[in-house]
Design a protein around this ligand. Structure first.
Ligand code: GAP
Length: 415
């Protein structure tokens, strides 16, 4: 309506469901199914002293170069974008007259400032640039209030904000985005660091593969020394082969004792009494980037249809119910009762428009893995047709087995 604002996106009903499912599956894998990880939820705005201590007010910056002709700014490490931009100007002519097209790289801080209070002077604070610091400042509270023992992790999902100068590629680089992160606390020991850094790289790669990303579209890329964040001893990105090139969607970081050291937190081993500053191995994924890549991976054009082959646990609608025809009250009533039965367990869709073929195609496009049709045979023998999205195969099954059959399929599909 107002033209939007660069770097901010809204999700509609389908996108919201997909995003919620993605976060739920992440939480299940990283918290519910693990005995060594607990979850938490920290505030978006924290005492600004947190960002001083963590080094973000000084070092959380991107080096940017500026085009001397049109004054557009680019991240200095994005060679492809820089080269593509050069083609927009008659560079040879410019360089003959004025020399180099680009300015030297300058550092731009990414923290987003906010001002709190109603009277002047207002208090300057920051929207969190990573959700991570909320975990570190609550480290002691978690140790004191739960039974965690090193090695253990604290997981969190939530919004982060960055004053990105060059947002772009849809939801790939935005100014408001969501992260799903886990900080794993270990003994400060090189061998332990190596072990857990490798372990988490492998676990996270497996997770994306188990949810349908083909291994040829995934790779690990180690950061060069000059690109690592200020807090990282080591960093490896999980990258996806996107149409705009290999792109990061999760970072695995060996943060050493950077954060807990800065916040002056220690851990006392309950058995030995030894006190030390734990090291941290972090898995930091972007919800919006992962969503974009799952969508790209799932989008399939077949001869007669477009199918979004999302993993069934991610699909916005798990099952859709149709009465064969809309104008037969007894069919509609039966279909409604099946719909009401399923919706207590699954996100369930309803469609009674047009013909069945068109309804199947519409559900294929939004990735619904199971469609159920109620027809005249249902009224006679209590069976329905279940149709599977990927194969378009149909089977006749009893209504009272429906929920269980879907559950079995979902479980079989889970990691
Ligand atoms: N706590 C560590 C951390 O924040 P990061 O590599 O800066 O590390 C982690 O970010 C993940 O957050 C990235 O892999 C990406 O998926 C997501 N992310 C970072 N900046 C983003 C942005 N501007 N837009 C969308 N997602 C972003």
């Amino acid at each position: 309506m107002y033209g939007g604002i660069t770097g901010f996106w809204d999700y509609g009903p389908m996108g919201t469901l997909l995003k919620q499912n993605l976060k739920n599956v992440w939480w299940k894998t990283m918290v519910q199914l693990r005995d060594d990880v607990v979850g938490m939820d920290s505030a978006i705005i924290m005492n600004p002293a947190v960002w001083e201590a963590s080094g973000h007010t000084q070092a959380f910056a991107d080096p940017l170069v500026e085009c001397k002709v049109c004054h557009k700014r680019f991240r200095a490490d994005k060679e492809e974008e820089i080269n593509a931009h050069k083609k927009e100007h008659n560079i040879n002519e410019f360089e003959k007259l004025h020399g180099e097209l680009w300015t030297d790289p300058k550092q731009f801080n990414l923290l987003t400032e906010v001002y709190l209070g109603v009277t002047e002077p207002k208090q300057k604070a920051y929207l969190r640039g990573e959700i991570t610091q909320g975990v570190f400042v609550n480290f002691q509270n978690v140790v004191d209030s739960t039974r965690v023992k090193i090695p253990f992790g604290i997981a969190q999902v939530g919004k982060a904000f960055r004053n990105e100068i060059t947002p772009g590629n849809f939801t790939f680089r935005t100014r408001e985005f969501e992260q799903m992160e886990m900080e794993y606390f270990i003994k400060p020991d090189e061998a332990e660091g190596e072990k857990w850094f490798s372990y988490w790289k492998e676990e996270r790669m497996k997770w994306y593969q188990s949810l349908g990303i083909k291994s040829e579209n995934l790779r690990l890329r180690d950061h060069r020394d000059d690109e690592r964040a200020h807090y990282a001893r080591k960093a490896t990105d999980i990258e996806y082969q996107a149409p705009f090139g290999w792109s990061e969607f999760e970072g695995i970081h060996h943060r050493g004792d950077w954060d807990l050291g800065r916040h002056k937190r220690t851990y006392r081993d309950p058995q030995t009494g030894e006190t030390y500053t734990p090291w941290v191995i972090e898995t930091s994924g972007g919800v919006d980037r992962a969503m974009l890549f799952f969508l790209l991976e799932a989008y399939t054009k077949e001869e007669k249809r477009i199918v979004l082959k999302l993993h069934p646990l991610l699909a916005p609608t798990t099952v859709a119910v149709f009465p064969l025809v809309a104008n037969k009250p007894e069919l509609a009533e039966k279909a409604r009762s099946v719909y009401n039965l399923l919706k207590t367990d699954y996100q369930t869709g309803w469609d009674d428009r047009g013909n069945i073929g068109k309804r199947y195609l519409a559900q294929d496009e939004t990735g619904t893995p199971f469609c159920i049709t109620i027809d005249f045979t249902t009224l006679e023998d209590g069976t329905v047709t279940i149709r599977f999205r990927d194969t378009a195969k149909q089977e006749r099954i009893p209504v009272d087995k429906l929920s269980e059959i879907i559950r079995v399929h979902l479980k079989e599909d889970f990691i």
